[in-house]
Design a protein around this ligand. Structure first.
Ligand SMILES: Cc1cc2nc3c(=O)[nH]c(=O)nc-3n(C[C@H](O)[C@H](O)[C@H](O)COP(=O)(O)O)c2cc1C
Length: 205
């Protein structure tokens, strides 16, 4: 059976740097025989979590929108590649809305004490993030948020591809190595026999 890879693109703009990197990472995975799905959050209607806490009783989110469809895809995937621009030193709001809605998965596991994923599955995740400034501090927040998000999804946090000093749409195409690195990391998500102890970090300028 082919490894199932889900790519989630959170950038709201066309010709997005993170989206271009994501496409390359997915191409790398596909080259290694993976079956690949791609989703742009901007094409979906996902409302923010309102902390009604009904998921504490049911394990399900009471807000019904496109989240449920995406949740099924996230739970079904063997690999997740999540791409987000840096907005105000953090993931963009489109990404955060989705992550917050995963509170129902947290409740399912930690309040209702029910397993989310069949035991023994090899699930791994990778992050792609791009910022406009020269600071690299902006990736600290991404690391922390993604650690908790992937933990809720029962996925091993396997790799980061972070690029700074990219402001214009499509500018990443002029970077000497970033797209190649994305392709390589996407392929390695499939070919590496087991997830690394800690995420492999690629930070490019
Ligand atoms: C609302 C907003 C906030 C931003 N905040 C930051 C920031 O805190 N640090 C930074 O380096 N770049 C920041 N940027 C720049 C984007 O991260 C940068 O343009 C990036 O290339 C966007 O990625 P994309 O093309 O995939 O959307 C911000 C851009 C916007 C629109």
């Amino acid at each position: 059976m082919a490894v199932k890879v889900l790519g989630i693109s959170a950038s709201p703009r066309a010709n997005s740097n993170t989206d271009l990197l994501l496409q390359k990472a997915l191409a790398g995975a596909e080259c290694e025989g993976a079956s690949v799905k791609y989703i742009r959050l901007c094409d979906l209607n996902i409302a923010p979590c309102i902390e009604c806490n009904s998921c504490f009783k049911t394990g399900e989110c009471a807000t019904k929108d496109d989240y449920q469809l995406l949740m099924e895809k996230m739970l079904d995937a063997d690999r997740l590649i999540f791409a987000t621009p840096i907005f105000f030193m953090a993931v963009c709001s489109q990404a955060k809305v989705l992550i917050d809605r995963c509170q129902c998965l947290w409740a399912h596991k930690h309040v209702l004490k029910k397993p989310l994923i069949t035991a023994g599955r090899d699930r791994r995740a990778m992050v792609i993030a791009v910022g406009g400034s020269k600071s690299k501090k902006m990736f600290d927040c991404v690391r922390l948020t993604m650690t908790y998000y992937f933990d809720v999804l029962d996925m091993s946090y396997s790799a980061n591809l972070f690029v700074n000093k990219m402001e214009e749409p499509g500018q990443i195409k002029n970077h000497p190595t970033a797209l190649k690195e994305a392709f390589r990391l996407g392929a390695e998500l499939i070919t590496t026999p087991s997830p690394p102890e800690k995420p492999l970090d690629i930070e490019l300028t």
